[in-house]
Design a protein around this ligand. Structure first.
Ligand SMILES: NCCCC[C@H](NC(=O)[C@@H](N)CCCCN)C(=O)O
Length: 452
């Protein structure tokens, strides 16, 4: 009979309580990512941001993840330093970056505060506000993607052999709650008597509060490790090896899923970053209402992702669902470009697409890739995905600036949306290739979870 000593993991209240804590950290992460999206027109009004400047601001988040391979390197650091030290380091980067971003927009800075002179001394075509905010978002991005990898590992640590799939679904739901709040709170907070930058400071303090919550989590984690060490239950993961990456890259199913991840997410997240401004311009809505419509996407995914996760677990058909999700994405972007169909309806339908693909894609990776390589696989996918999250917000901004005359009253988004629809078509192609390849390689993506 094995050692049956009860650990913190075995107490459902503590296990789910800790999920709420790390979910708070994720919600803050997603909140900050989206908090400035409803403020695009405000940033133009206050600091003269062009659409390209805004795209640059959104995309700089991904630079550390593309060029420093942070999502992969973060996994290596995680293996070496463990959850507590790695998590603390990267959530601190997030908080520091968020505070620098808020400082870059603040009156103290714009009135000649620390760093203003330096930021004014080079590249005069970019405003000092933009440069400081870019630096802040870069640091935020440096921490944010690796934090997502750390939190995935925390969930496996606490929920393996228990309610793992449900815990992953709830985690994503909590993250998306952050986006939902961002699109609704930022438009309210810009009207604060303390000034419009309250919206950015609030976002920065939310991320800082998440650092404190993470520090509380670290105490629980330490206690669990001590109990597990006594039990001999502590599981060491396999260290990252370059040869693992080579094996992944040579696997056609893995590459199709990675390319789908790149194209699909590039057609969703960068679109979401511009969506509030799109609704404002195309339908002549207020900042509040356009932010509210944007928030329909995360709301939809909060309901549909666990539902489709259940469907994939029970009935399979993951490869087909990825095809349907990609097809819906193309149709919605085409409707946004060429019709005036009610944007609430289209955003909810987009929420269905944005649930179908993630709910079937992430668990499929676990079927394609050996469990020992799953950390490297997710890290690699995140890094490739970030190439799209880096390039497409800039391209969206450039296309907007090039296809609209300067100072035009309402921006025409047609060409930007055609670009997103084209990305969706590429995603659809990769999803079809993945399903075809599955028939050859036999990973069983169309089968229910327990049959593989
Ligand atoms: N187990 C992996 C879950 C990934 C969820 C996915 N997030 C991402 O792909 C992030 N790399 C990018 C997040 C950027 C915006 N916050 C998701 O569907 O949210």
């Amino acid at each position: 009979m094995g050692n049956l000593k009860i650990t913190l993991r075995d107490n459902a209240w503590i296990r789910w309580g800790m999920l709420l804590m790390v979910g708070f950290v994720l919600a803050a992460n997603y909140y900050f990512y989206d908090a400035l999206s409803p403020l695009k027109s405000k940033l133009t009004e206050e600091f003269g941001f062009s659409s390209t400047d805004f795209g640059l601001f959104v995309s700089v988040y991904s630079i550390p993840n593309v060029f420093l391979l942070m999502a992969v390197l973060g996994g290596v650091i995680l293996d070496k330093l463990g959850i507590r030290r790695t998590g603390f380091m990267f959530v601190s980067f997030m908080a520091f970056g968020a505070l620098i971003t808020a400082y870059g927009a603040s009156d103290i800075y714009t009135n000649g505060g620390w760093g203003y002179g330096f930021m004014s001394s080079f590249m005069p075509s970019y405003s000092p506000e933009l440069k400081m905010m870019l630096l802040g978002r870069f640091l935020f991005g440096l921490g944010a993607e690796t934090s997502i990898v750390v939190i995935s590992k925390i969930i496996v640590k606490w929920f393996k052999g228990k309610e793992l799939a449900l815990a992953f679904g709830v985690k994503l739901g909590l993250a998306r709650t952050g986006s939902f709040l961002a699109f609704n709170l930022s438009p309210i907070l810009i009207e604060s008597p303390a000034g419009w930058t309250t919206a950015i400071w609030f976002a920065a303090f939310f991320v800082t509060a998440s650092l404190i919550v993470f520090m509380i989590y670290m105490m629980l984690d330490l206690k669990l490790d001590r109990q597990s060490q006594q039990d001999g239950e502590l599981v060491k993961s396999d260290p990252f090896r370059l040869s693992d990456l080579k094996k992944l890259i040579l696997n056609p199913s893995f590459m199709y899923v990675t390319l789908l991840c790149l194209t699909f997410y590039s057609a969703v997240f960068p679109f979401l970053s511009f969506s509030a401004d799109f609704f404002l311009n195309k339908f002549g809505l207020s900042v509040k209402e356009s932010g509210f419509i944007s928030s329909m996407l995360p709301v939809g995914t909060m309901f549909f992702t666990p539902l489709f996760g259940f469907v994939v677990d029970k009935y399979g058909r993951a490869a087909s669902l990825m095809i349907y999700g990609s097809l819906i994405l193309v149709l919605v972007h085409t409707c946004f470009a060429f019709t005036t169909i009610n944007p609430y309806v289209l955003m909810v339908i987009l929420g269905i697409a944005f649930s179908l693909v993630p709910a079937s894609m992430w668990p499929s990776v676990a079927k394609i890739v050996d469990e020992k390589r799953i950390g490297s696989a997710y890290g690699f996918m995140f890094s490739i995905q970030n190439i799209g999250l880096w390039i497409f917000p800039i391209l969206a901004g450039v296309v907007l600036d090039k296809t609209n005359a300067e100072g035009v009253e309402s921006l025409n988004y047609t060409f930007t949306l055609i670009m997103f629809a084209a990305l969706g078509i590429l995603g659809l192609l990769f999803a079809i290739l993945l399903k075809r390849e599955d028939k050859i390689s036999g990973y069983g993506l169309e089968l229910p979870s327990n049959s593989k």
